[in-house]
Ligand binder design. Structure first.
Ligand code: IMP
Length: 466
């Protein structure tokens, strides 16, 4: 097809919250369509413009470009009521989604019982409690005792009798978990009303996206949750329940693989993770993991109880992590939980780049690296080597038990004092930072698209090529 468009894929390379939405907002102008292919309301994609700060959960991040089409692919799971709420929130900002937002009628619905089950069972993993895991589990179950447990959006529109299955699914789980406070009839009535309101956004043509691309439109696939949380490639059970890797865009995004052009990976200069599971570069290790499980250790608590700069200069790695969290404002968009903080892990990053065929990296939050000048060593530490059974390895092991045996070696890079948010050209970046960026390029074998130097829309620097 002569004028056929193409699809690029943007994914997170670490544990989520790398600032993917900000990068999408930056490059969306190069595309006609921004499309989601995995996950649901567990994502928290924040964009900050001159006027607004918006946290999107289910709607793709191209909302601020009025001419962009926003597509939610069949690999996603949709919470109808939360979607209506989110559409309302975006429209309140004066941004219309009519004839712009299209949801595949093959997306599976996150039903009320999925959220109930997630709330009652997912503590050990530390999920976002949006019902995502139970929804994907039921997608595979399909039917239980004659009840449809996987219900697709289009199917529910065409066959309203399925509301009865949704009701029974909820009643069974209320009974099983002894849950209280659920007004079942009211919940189902609200769902019926919300589905009616969602109808104009539901796309019934299963070739919709492909036809647009065949007609010359270009797509940017927006990954949610990031590759270390992938259901297959990540370390189970500490993962999300969908496929987050680049290749998944061409399953959940409703486009064949041969439309792919390039993959952009987003990583964060100081790493973070929410929820439980391995994180070998974490400041303060186990102590930090345990501490961050307590949701009361939120932003207000930490600001009120800690002397940030004293902790930053401490000998104790846990303290350094707390200080970097406060300075980086690293609290969950969805759950408000404190995010666990860690050094950049070059072995993990190189592995992520290799396994996903990443063509360009965008490194966000580089401005925060300036904080290391106020640490005791005044250096930027990064994980540079994994050692397993006295041998250097270049991969992230496939089991939690093996990963726990990995010893990490760190390398210290010189820090800098310059305020990066004042710099606009790559060549003007402090030489210490350019050295660190060079080391990342060497280790990953991948060049940069650019770096982020602040939370505002214009705070980025693109690498000059050639
Ligand atoms: P779930 O996706 O809600 O089932 O949560 C499973 C794991 O993925 C938990 O550790 C969550 O904290 C994590 N997770 C889910 N969505 C995101 C995200 O958008 N950013 C970062 N972590 C996430």
């Amino acid at each position: 097809m002569k004028n056929r468009g193409f699809a690029d894929v943007l994914i997170g390379l670490q544990y989520g919250d790398e600032g993917k939405a900000k990068v999408i907002d930056l490059i969306a102008k190069n595309y006609h369509i921004i499309a989601r292919f995995n996950g649901g309301a567990n994502a928290g994609h924040t964009i900050e413009t001159e006027k607004f700060r918006v946290a999107l959960h289910q709607i793709p991040s191209g909302i601020f470009y009025k001419d962009k089409i926003l597509y939610i692919g069949s690999g996603c799971v949709v919470d109808i009521s939360k979607m209506i709420e989110e559409i309302g929130m975006v429209e309140k900002l004066g941004i219309s989604l009519k004839n712009r937002l299209y949801i595949s009628d093959q997306t599976s619905i996150v039903q009320p019982h999925h959220v109930l089950v997630d709330i009652h069972t997912a503590g050990k993993i530390g999920t976002t409690k949006n019902g995502i895991g139970p929804a994907y589990a039921d997608k595979a179950m399909r039917m239980v005792n004659g009840r449809h447990v996987n219900i697709k959006l289009g199917e529910l529109i065409d066959n309203p009798a399925l509301f009865d299955h949704i009701k029974k699914n909820l009643e069974r789980k209320i009974e099983k978990h002894n849950a209280t406070g659920y007004e079942v009839t009211k919940i189902i009535d609200t769902l019926k009303k919300d589905l009616k309101n969602l109808m104009p956004y539901v796309q019934r043509d299963t070739l919709f996206l492909q036809k647009l691309v065949d007609g010359g439109k270009n797509v940017l696939f927006e990954g949610a949750q990031s590759i270390m949380l992938d259901i297959t490639k990540g370390l189970v059970p500490y993962v999300t329940s969908s496929s987050t890797v680049a290749g998944a865009a061409f399953v959940g995004g409703d486009l064949p693989v041969n439309y792919h052009r390039k993959t952009i990976g987003v990583a964060k200069a100081i790493m973070s993770r929410v929820g439980n599971g391995p994180f070998v570069s974490e400041f303060g290790g186990k102590k930090s993991e345990e501490y961050c499980k307590d949701p009361t250790h939120n932003k207000n608590y930490e600001k009120q109880n800690y002397d940030t700069y004293k902790m930053l200069a401490s000998d104790n790695q846990f303290d350094v992590g707390v200080a970097l969290r406060i300075l980086g404002n690293e609290y969950g968009t969805v759950t408000k939980r404190p995010r666990r903080i860690g050094m950049m892990d070059l072995v993990q990053l190189a592995f992520a780049v290799k396994t996903n065929g990443v063509d360009e990296i965008f490194l966000t939050k580089c401005d925060l690296l300036v904080d290391f000048i106020k640490t005791k060593s005044k250096k930027i530490p990064v994980v540079s080597e994994y050692i397993l059974n006295s041998k250097t390895i270049d991969y992230v092991p496939g089991s939690n038990t093996l990963y726990a045996k990995v010893k990490v070696k760190t390398t210290d890079f010189e820090s800098f004092t310059e305020d990066l948010s004042k710099i606009t050209l790559w060549g003007k970046l402090p030489k210490q930072l350019l050295t660190l960026l060079g080391a990342i390029e060497e280790k990953t074998g991948c060049g940069f698209l650019g770096i982020g130097v602040g939370s505002k829309r214009k705070q980025f620097i693109l690498e000059q090529k050639g």
